[in-house]
Design a protein around this ligand. Structure first.
Ligand code: PGA
Length: 262
């Protein structure tokens, strides 16, 4: 894992955005795996601004989001489709039919899951998978004890996750109990992963992800098995790391050396 620690939350989110932008610049037909959540709102805002400033076209890019609430219609204000349109897709020249979010309608969830896996495969797999990290170590909606080789399926959300996402709904009772999420195995099959976490609320999960044992109790720890992962965090999220001095020695202030980019 490449662990990059930035002094501020703002710098970390800007760095994540510049990595996504670089991927699109270097490979205009990239297949991106995308994430939602509070962290990504600022990442996408930077990405939109950078795309405009540098005239980067998204017309050849395809995207696959990690998850969607089950039973929430795509056009609902609380759906992740609505989130993605509002925070990214409406502001760049991406072809809307090339943007994918798992289906949330009433069809058999096993069929919806298989269709999503098939669509990712048909696109050639994910080139760069963007991830947030939950306070409980989830990635996508793969809650603790998810199979580390899981593929897309329905997951029951934990009460903690439902409370964390309460802000997108009128009442806690309205937060869905289930979501369709790509699996940990699906995430591990991507060519590269970029995981972003900021703030002291994430410190325990970040420590478990980077320095804990590989365990289904912390789904993000499965990323230790992936050969190309960049972790972008701020000092608050990094504060529990035992080897923080080492990470900061290798990448001072989150910077990467030209030759020894390891
Ligand atoms: P957050 O969510 O960015 O809103 O903290 C991250 C996640 O749960 O994956």
């Amino acid at each position: 894992m490449k662990v990059l620690i930035f002094e501020t939350e703002e710098e970390a989110k800007r760095n994540a955005a510049s990595r996504l932008l670089r991927q699109v610049q270097l490979s205009p037909s990239s297949v991106l795996g995308l994430a939602t959540g509070g962290t990504m709102e600022a990442v996408y805002a930077h990405l939109i601004q950078m795309s405009l400033d540098q005239s980067v076209s998204w017309s050849g890019v395809a995207t696959f989001n990690l998850d969607e609430y089950w039973g929430v219609p795509a056009d609902s204000p609380a759906s992740y489709r609505t989130y993605m349109n509002a925070h990214l897709f409406d502001h760049i020249d991406i072809v809307r039919s090339a943007t994918h979010v798992p289906a949330s309608d009433g069809r058999d969830p096993r069929d919806a899951a298989q269709l999503y896996e098939d669509a990712i495969s048909a696109a050639g797999g994910i080139d760069l998978q963007l991830l947030g990290i939950g306070k409980n170590g989830h990635i996508g909606f793969n809650e603790p004890t998810s199979s580390l080789s899981s593929t897309t399926r329905i997951k029951t959300l934990t009460d903690d996750t439902r409370r964390a996402n309460r802000r997108y709904f009128d009442r806690l009772e309205d937060v869905p109990k289930y979501a369709l999420t790509v699996g940990i195995g699906t995430i591990l099959a991507s060519k590269e992963c970029l995981i972003v976490g900021t703030g002291q609320d994430k410190a325990a999960a970040v420590k478990a992800m980077i320095e804990g044992p590989v365990s289904a109790v912390c789904p993000a720890s499965a990323l230790q098995m992936h050969r190309n992962v960049t972790v972008v965090i701020d000092e608050q999220a990094a504060r529990d790391l035992e080897l923080i001095d080492y990470y900061q020695h290798v990448h001072p202030a989150g910077q990467e050396a030209d030759l020894f980019d390891v």
